[in-house]
Write a protein that binds this ligand. Structure first.
Ligand code: CA
Length: 459
């Protein structure tokens, strides 16, 4: 709660300084990639997949080099992202089975999304893309604060319309609000088109656009003419992955162009991150220089490309090196909109603006925590130290990330006092959590390092 109060104080100071008061509050574009590797963007040095639009976004804002998600796979990260709270506090710790008739499997309805919070401040909110927070009516995005929806409710989707036969979670027709629609475009392009149209439609008022691409998540499907551009890549899976990332980047450019064309670029905070690390063995993504992949709590599973850009307000071309969390984005938006996050419950994310503006030089988080599947894997990061416990292994491992980015040298035996202190901190946090509300057999499978999600239909 003290962080929440600090956020309010920071906001009050912004108002007092006249930096927010009297002006239209900013609009927000939150762009999420699905299973994108840390190394697979130009601004992290990627060489075989150009991402010019993401690079220009990063160059126009702040790149958080220690940007973390609160989970190493899809749905729990999204639950934390939209609520600002560790999702294990409310049992959202597994991917939800696709269950359109089950009103017990989805983001618990007593949790409040940032869309609902912004709505109370007059924002219009749109989801374009993947929901994955429950498919039954109580969990529909229109019931959770969004005013407009275009996309799909499940955890993934085929990319070519001819596959959309409606037989499985991945082949449902796309929906506009609650109605199925006929769509002819490659999915990623359809999402970009709809996102740009949302920007243009609502340019005269504050809006929140949640653009949740399913790219470059499986199934590996890309337009042939784009794949052709990557014929120099010898690994056929990475060739398709490269084309999927390229189309996503092209569509992000389309949205950035829409902001510019609408004349609202300087009044819009754009945020970009991946929902988890790349499942390297599945979609041929790369999390270099990190160890591990999606599903794991090594850096490769939880540290992601993470950018905030707001031309004229945030510094441009800057790297921010204190750890930040996906949990921070909802509280940041709320503070900028002059809204308050829900009270009477722990709020784990913090408003990042005072930190990114250099008004505060201390780290936004003294510690960050992870827990999956009700027990393991788990992790805690405090300063440069990280203690983690993997699935199916024994004692926790201790790493000093300042000296060992790749988590190769386990210091646990050498530094028992650090192990003890970090474990005690993690246990104190763990004692605040509830058990997972549902099971996900696939999510419960231990994953071999570097292999990521075990099969193509994994969410
Ligand atoms: Ca994902």
């Amino acid at each position: 709660m003290s962080r929440f109060i600090a956020s309010c104080c920071a906001l009050a100071s912004l108002f007092a300084a006249g930096m927010v008061g009297g002006q239209r509050p900013p609009s927000f574009v939150l762009i999420v990639a699905d299973d994108l590797g840390y190394a697979d963007v130009g601004f992290h040095g990627c060489r075989d997949i150009p991402t010019p639009n993401l690079d220009r976004l990063a160059a126009s804002g702040v790149r958080c080099s220690h940007g973390y998600v609160s989970h190493s796979f899809c749905s729990p990260t999204r639950a934390g992202l939209l609520t600002g709270r560790y999702q294990q506090r409310f049992g959202h710790e597994m991917n939800p089975p696709y269950a359109p008739d089950n009103p017990a499997i989805g983001l618990p309805t007593n949790e409040v999304t940032i869309a609902a919070i912004l709505r109370a401040r007059g924002y219009v909110s749109g989801l374009v893309g993947k929901w994955h927070l429950g498919a039954a009516p109580p969990f529909h995005p229109l019931a959770r604060g969004f005013d407009e929806v275009f996309g799909f409710l499940g955890g993934g989707h085929h990319y070519f319309p001819e596959k959309w036969t409606g037989e499985t979670e991945y082949t449902t027709p796309l929906i506009r609000n609650r109605q199925p629609v006929e769509e002819r475009e490659y999915l990623t392009r359809a999402l970009g088109r709809e996102a740009a149209a949302f920007v243009e439609r609502h340019r005269a008022r504050p809006f929140f656009l949640y653009l949740a691409f399913n790219a470059p998540h499986t199934p590996m499907q890309a337009p042939a003419e784009v794949e052709e551009r990557f014929r120099a890549i010898s690994n056929p899976t990475r060739r398709t992955y490269a084309a999927m990332v390229a189309v996503m980047d092209e569509q992000i450019g389309r949205v950035l162009d829409a902001l510019r064309r609408s004349g609202i670029e300087s009044n819009t905070l754009v945020m970009f991150l991946s929902d988890n690390g790349g499942p390297t063995g599945v979609n041929a993504s790369s999390n270099e220089p990190f160890r591990g992949a999606k599903g794991q709590v090594y850096e490769g599973g939880i540290r992601v490309p993470f950018v905030l850009a707001w031309p004229g307000r945030l510094p441009a071309g800057v790297v921010y090196e204190h750890p930040v969390s996906s949990l921070d984005l909802a509280p940041t938006m709320a503070a900028l909109a002059g809204a308050t996050m829900p009270t009477g419950r722990p709020m784990d994310g913090v408003n990042l603006m005072p930190y990114l503006l250099g008004e505060r030089t201390d780290p936004p988080h003294a510690v960050l925590f992870w827990r999956q599947q009700g027990s393991r894997p788990w992790a805690i990061r405090a300063g440069p130290l990280k203690l983690l416990a993997s699935v199916g292994q024994g004692e926790p491992e201790l790493y000093d990330l300042a000296a060992d980015l790749g988590e190769r040298r386990d210091l646990a035996a050498e530094r028992p006092a650090d192990v003890h202190a970090l474990r005690a901190q993690w246990e104190a946090w763990n004692a605040q959590l509830v058990p997972p509300k549902w099971e996900s057999p696939r999510a419960g499978q231990p994953r071999r390092e570097g292999r990521g999600a075990p099969r193509p239909t994994a969410r």
